[in-house]
Structures are given as structure tokens and as C-alpha cells.
Design a protein around this ligand. Structure first.
Ligand code: NAP
Ligand code: ZN
Ligand code: ZN
Length: 339
């Protein structure tokens, strides 16, 4: 077994602290990665606080992992020792269901095996990237370019792919007006990727102070949602809205901003069930949709696109012993834009 130093939440709503554990030896198809950076996703907070239910403790969060390959199994063909690699939100799936065969492992019929807060095929809990080593089957590992600053690449493994996948699925690009709701980790990637794909991007934010940043990130317009005049001006105008809000909010408020046949895609996962007025959908044949991270193939395509176009996340690098304060800042929306 491989000894690992990590950071874990012992129970829901208890601060994280140092935690030693072991990972499996490198098997014939495995890659061992020395973790250099791991992004902090709002899903980490939802899960360590058991806001979605069913959390497994102790929990070592973290699913935006990048690092250096230190060992590979005898049958590994895609990765070499010394190279860079990434691991996202899942580390295995059934591999045989229609979703897995289609490269949509995130929608596996049996259930993907989460990088943390999951159970592997032997029933052991999985531990994530708030740690110094990880061992993952090569089929669930991504190639990472050495051309981009590595810290800024880590958040692409969740925030990047989660916003890229709906942009691809709905073919968002030139000629589309795209609203991005919530300028946090996911939101700032939606702005960068949406603008890069040619969409006209408007950020809809509760934080007036993020206007300057929104424009630097590539947004064409900024609406502060507390200003009724600014909101009225965008009523019925968007082809697509990507909604990244992590807390309870009024879905109807944003649905009204869609034009005829417009689609709001939920990627944010507030713990509370939303209320949706049928009128807001039927009057303009609007659609309400959702999207979950992305498959391995699409994640690799996104990483390659970002390497080619010089796209990374705007990050503030912290030490793991700052994680409890980091969570408090994220809840306040006080992060620019990924820790
Ligand atoms: P984050 O960095 O904390 O950003 C969330 C943003 O939402 C905040 O910066 C804030 O933006 C806005 N916001 C927060 N509370 C709000 C409220 N009560 N009303 C209106 N706006 C509010 O979080 P994240 O890491 O981007 O994650 C966002 C959500 O996506 C989380 O629920 C997370 O679990 C989920 N997620 C889903 C997937 C998926 O596969 N679908 C993947 C990853 C994460 P402003 O200051 O601009 O208003
Ligand atoms: Zn995430
Ligand atoms: Zn499957």
C-alpha cells in the first residue's frame, strides 16, 4: 500500500484537518500521480457539509487534480513516468453500459465512481485530491499540456469541463447571446469558454464589484441582478443561460430572461428543490435543462482546446491548511475566481 498525506473532514460540518491514509499499489493499468495542485470546488463544500445527503466520512475532497506521473503499471500505454496528468470528478465507471460506451461515463447507468465521497468496485471509500498522491486507472486519467501554468489548469478538470460540456452539447457560439449567472469558479470559466467560442456573453451577478473582472474575462456585458433597470433591459433576450448558482434562488427570475426557444442550463446544484412556474416555460416555449461535468473524451478535448487557445482558470494559490477559511470565503462569493 502507498502511504498518503491528506486533509479530511472527520464528520459533516467539522473543520478539515490532516489525515493519513493508504492508497492501493499501482496495478497493471494504473498511473500514480504526485499531486501538485488541486482546485477547490463548491461541490467540495456541499459534500463535506453533507448538504446533498449520503456523504461518506472521513472525507478527503478534491476533484480538480494535476500533477506529475511517478509510476505506471506494466500494461499502461497512454502515460509515461515524468509526464503531467490530470484527474477530474470520477475515477472509474462500469465501462459497459450505453453511456460508458458513448464516452459519457458521468452518466453511467451503474453510477460513476466519484474521485472522493464514492466507493470503488471493492467497496472501499475513495479519497480525493486534497492529498499528495493518487493512483488511478489510466482510462480515467487526462493528458495535461506543459505549455500552461499548472495551477490554472487544475480547475479545468471540473469547472472547465462542467461549463464546456453544455456549450458543446447546445452548440453555443457565434450569433448566440449567452447569459452566465454567478461569477464564481464555474461562472468565470463559462465566460472565458463562451466568449472564446464566439458567443456574446453577459454576466448576471449579485456582486456589482465583479463588473471590471467580468469584462477582463471576456464578457461583453454585465448585469447586476439587484438593479431592476439593468435586468429589464435583458428580459427575453438570451438564447442560453448557464446557471452556476450554488445556493437557493429564484429560477423564475432567470427564466424570464430567455427569448423564444431559449434554454437555461443548470450546472449549479443548490441543495433546496427549486420552484418553477409553468407560465415562464410555456409562454415562450423555453427549456430548462441540466448538465453534469463531462466524459473523459470530452474532458481531453476541452484540455486540448484550452492548451491551444491559452485558456486557464484565474487562481489564487493557497496552502491546504487554509482550507477552512477558504470555504468561508467561497460561500461569501469572495474568491477571484478559484482557490
Ligand atoms: P462558487 O465559486 O462558489 O461560485 C458560485 C457563484 O454563485 C458565486 O460566486 C456567486 O456569484 C453566485 N451565488 C452564490 N450564492 C448566490 C445566491 N444566493 N444567489 C445568487 N447568486 C449566488 O461555486 P462553483 O465552484 O462555481 O460551483 C457552483 C455550483 O456548481 C455549486 O453548486 C457546485 O456544486 C455546482 N457544480 C456542479 C457541477 C456539475 O457537474 N453540474 C460541477 C461542479 C460544480 P456572484 O457573486 O457573481 O453573484
Ligand atoms: Zn467540482
Ligand atoms: Zn457505465
Amino acid at each position: 500500500m502507498i502511504p498518503v498525506k491528506g486533509y479530511a473532514a472527520p464528520q459533516a460540518k467539522i473543520p478539515l484537518g490532516p489525515f493519513k491514509f493508504e492508497r492501493r499499489e499501482v496495478g497493471p493499468h494504473d498511473v500514480q500521480i504526485e499531486i501538485q495542485y488541486c482546485g477547490v470546488c463548491h461541490s467540495d463544500i456541499h459534500q463535506v457539509r453533507d448538504e446533498w445527503g449520503g456523504s461518506i466520512f472521513p472525507m478527503v475532497p478534491g476533484h480538480e487534480i494535476v500533477g506529475k506521473i511517478t509510476k505506471v503499471g506494466d500494461h499502461v500505454t497512454k502515460f509515461k513516468v515524468g509526464g503531467l496528468a490530470g484527474v477530474g470528478c470520477f475515477v472509474d465507471s462500469c465501462r459497459t453500459c450505453p453511456s460508458c460506451l458513448a464516452g459519457l461515463e458521468q452518466y453511467c447507468d451503474v453510477g460513476m465512481i466519484g474521485t472522493y465521497n464514492g466507493r470503488d468496485k471493492e467497496g472501499h471509500p475513495t479519497y480525493g485530491g486534497y492529498s499528495n498522491q493518487i493512483v488511478v486507472d489510466e482510462n480515467y486519467v487526462l493528458h495535461v499540456s506543459d505549455k500552461l501554468p499548472l495551477a490554472g489548469v487544475a480547475p479545468l478538470l471540473c469547472a472547465g469541463i462542467t461549463t464546456w460540456s453544455p456549450l458543446q452539447e447546445w452548440k453555443v457560439g457565434k450569433g448566440h447571446k449567452l447569459g452566465v449567472v454567478g461569477l464564481g469558479g464555474l461562472g468565470h470559466m463559462a465566460v472565458k469558454l463562451g466568449a472564446s467560442l464566439g458567443a456574446e456573453v453577459t454576466v448576471l451577478s449579485t456582486s456589482a464589484t465583479k463588473k471590471v473582472d467580468a469584462e477582463k474575462l471576456g464578457a461583453h456585458h454585465f448585469v447586476v441582478t439587484s438593479d431592476p433597470e439593468q435586468v429589464k433591459a435583458v428580459q427575453g433576450t438570451f438564447d442560453f443561460i448557464i446557471n452556476t448558482i450554488s445556493a437557493q434562488h429564484e429560477y423564475n427570475f432567470y427564466l424570464q430572461l430567455l427569448k423564444l426557444d431559449g434554454t437555461m442550463i443548470l450546472v449549479g446544484v443548490p441543495p433546496e428543490a427549486p420552484q418553477v412556474s409553468a407560465f415562464n416555460l410555456i409562454m415562450k416555449r423555453r427549456r430548462l435543462a441540466g448538465s453534469l461535468i463531462g466524459g473523459i473524451k470530452e474532458t481531453q478535448e476541452m484540455l486540448d482546446y484550452c492548451a491551444e487557445h491559452g485558456i486557464t482558470s484565474d487562481v489564487e494559490v493557497i496552502n491546504i491548511d487554509y482550507i477552512n477559511e477558504a470555504y468561508e470565503r467561497m460561500i461569501k462569493g469572495d474568491v477571484r475566481y478559484r482557490l
